[in-house]
Design a protein around this ligand. Structure first.
Ligand SMILES: Nc1nc2c(ncn2[C@@H]2O[C@H](COP(=O)(O)OP(=O)(O)OP(=O)(O)O)[C@@H](O)[C@H]2O)c(=O)[nH]1
Ligand SMILES: [Mg+2]
Length: 493
């Protein structure tokens, strides 16, 4: 197998393992854990695998930056056409716009899990020479009031080979931008910096550009605090015809992007961005594996808490049976009434166990959250009365059977059985019957209490099973990540 095929197949395996489960334990970290799992799958499935399959596909450059910095205007200026609608209302671009060559347009129809094709977005295809080897995507901002803007921005970033960061000279130093840039840097993406809307005063321009360059250098985003590494664009008229600036304003940026047509440079860019993406995947797998371990330990704890509550209740119930106080069979002499009373006593014990188990869960964050979705756990299960009914009938039948040898006729035997049951439930074994046989009947009752409790406990245990992540999956994922890492070592050697 070639190094590329090897890396590809280990990434496939890793992605499949990451898709084979979900973080289901509710509570504080769940949403974040699920998001990072999904992001990881996306960057493998939507970026790395297609990229490794087709290294000669156009380089994807993504325009990113704060809302209103001029990203859409920048795309229109590069394209010389109204590709993306710019606007005064913030934010304007709500879903990505792809500017590409007709030959490549089909590639992007299904990109980004259907994000493209929504209202006000889509694929704009033309025949500009620069798009032979380059596709530019205008992304939504990352800092607007719309939370989904940010999520979409991150998804677009995941498929990028290159970033064009557009900042506005009016406001280039704010927090959200740095946070976002950090994310890009972690991903190892090459970045071009554009400072837009600079004023005409040369002194002020020098100052602002120098300041911006120094800030980028401070954050390891530029090698040198050298303002010539930043593309400067003056505030100027936006042509209504194409919603962009005069071609001269972006000539230097276009020239830089045109270098991509050099196969060597393109390979280097793709290499840097895929290598960065692989490194990021491997790093993020670590926190997924930690998350799995965390979920597993929470599930074990909850499982144990429920088991302990039911085990404690079984002990108590057995003591009650021995003491003759599981129920008070006062005035109960008919078999039907006894059966009913015993069944409801068994359900009551389950109710006590359930309340204790739920209270134990409630004292933990995750247990509390699980109880929000399963609030019937505070009471005995809906099936429990029927199960209790069955067990109490079976116990009375067993008593009847034990009397078959001594009381031959059915009617008197029923009466005798009710009397013996009453005696046993009161903790006062009858003097007439055999002691051994009576002890066995008490033991049988204890077993039946255990059966009813166990089926009631199953509700708790089934719920923990439902949110549990299977044993060994964390190790499997770690091993697959190690394989990816080894494959990358070979491939990027
Ligand atoms: N006159 C002038 N206006 C500009 C210039 N650059 C940006 N603008 C203004 O900034 C506004 C926002 O530009 P857009 O290109 O829509 O900004 P954006 O970064 O795409 O914003 P979002 O889509 O919200 O993220 C435009 O409506 C223009 O009025 C410029 O060089 N000259
Ligand atoms: Mg825009």
């Amino acid at each position: 197998m070639t190094a590329a095929a090897q890396l590809r197949s280990s990434l496939e395996g890793l992605s499949a393992a990451l898709e084979s489960f979900q973080f289901r334990v509710p509570g504080t970290g769940q949403a974040a854990k699920e998001r990072s799992r999904a992001e990881l799958v996306r960057s493998i499935r939507e970026y790395l695998l297609p990229r490794l399959d087709d290294p000669d596909a156009p380089v994807v450059a993504v325009l990113v930056g704060p809302t209103g910095s001029g990203k859409s205007i920048m795309l229109n200026s590069l394209a010389g056409q109204r590709a993306s609608e710019p606007g005064a209302l913030r934010p304007t671009t709500r879903s990505p716009v792809v500017w590409t060559n007709r030959r490549h347009a089909r590639r992007y129809q299904t990109l980004l899990g259907g994000l493209i094709g929504r209202e006000n977005s889509g694929v704009v295809a033309g025949d500009d020479g620069i798009t032979d080897q380059l596709t530019v995507i205008d992304a939504p901002d990352f800092d607007s009031v719309y939370a989904d803007s940010r999520v979409i921005g991150e998804q677009v970033l995941a498929v990028a080979d290159l970033c064009i960061f557009v900042a506005s000279a009016l406001r280039y130093a704010d927090g959200a931008a740095w946070e976002f840039l950090d994310q890009i840097r972690l991903r190892g993406l090459p970045i071009l910096f554009v400072l837009n809307r600079l004023g005409p005063d040369p002194e002020a321009r020098k100052l602002i550009l120098g300041d911006f360059a120094a800030m980028l250098k401070d954050r390891d985003l530029l090698l040198e605090a050298d303002s010539s590494l930043i593309f400067d664009v003056s505030e100027q008229v936006v042509y209504p015809r194409h919603g962009g600036l005069h071609a001269d304003a972006v000539a230097a940026i276009r020239q830089e992007l045109a270098l991509i047509s050099d196969p060597g440079l393109r390979r280097a860019v793709v290499r840097q961005s895929t290598e960065g993406a692989v490194a990021e995947v491997i790093e993020k797998v670590g926190s997924i594996v930690d998350g799995i371990a965390e979920d597993r330990s929470i599930v074990t704890t909850l499982h144990t808490l429920a088991e302990e509550a039911y085990a404690a209740e079984l002990t108590t119930s057995k003591q009650l049976v021995q003491a003759g106080s599981l129920m008070t069979p006062v005035g109960v002499d008919s078999r039907e009434a006894l059966q009913r009373e015993l069944a409801s006593a068994l359900s009551r014990r389950c109710g006590v166990a359930a309340r204790n188990a739920a209270a134990a869960w409630d004292s933990t964050d995750e247990g509390h959250a699980l109880l929000q979705v399963a609030d019937t756990l505070w009471r005995h299960g809906a099936e429990t009365p029927a199960v209790a009914e069955g067990e109490s009938t079976a116990w009375l039948d067993a008593i009847g059977k034990s009397l078959e040898a001594t009381v031959r006729r059915a009617r008197p035997r029923r009466k005798a059985a009710a009397a013996l049951a009453t005696a046993l439930l009161s903790g006062q074994p009858s003097e007439e019957g055999e002691a051994d046989a009576q002890a066995a009947l008490v033991a049988d009752l204890e077993d039946r209490v255990a059966t009813v409790l166990a089926q009631d406990a199953d509700r708790f245990l089934a719920l923990t099973q439902r949110v549990a992540i299977s044993d060994g999956l964390g190790d499997t994922i770690s091993a697959l990540a190690a394989e990816v890492s080894a494959g990358a070592g070979e491939f990027y050697r």
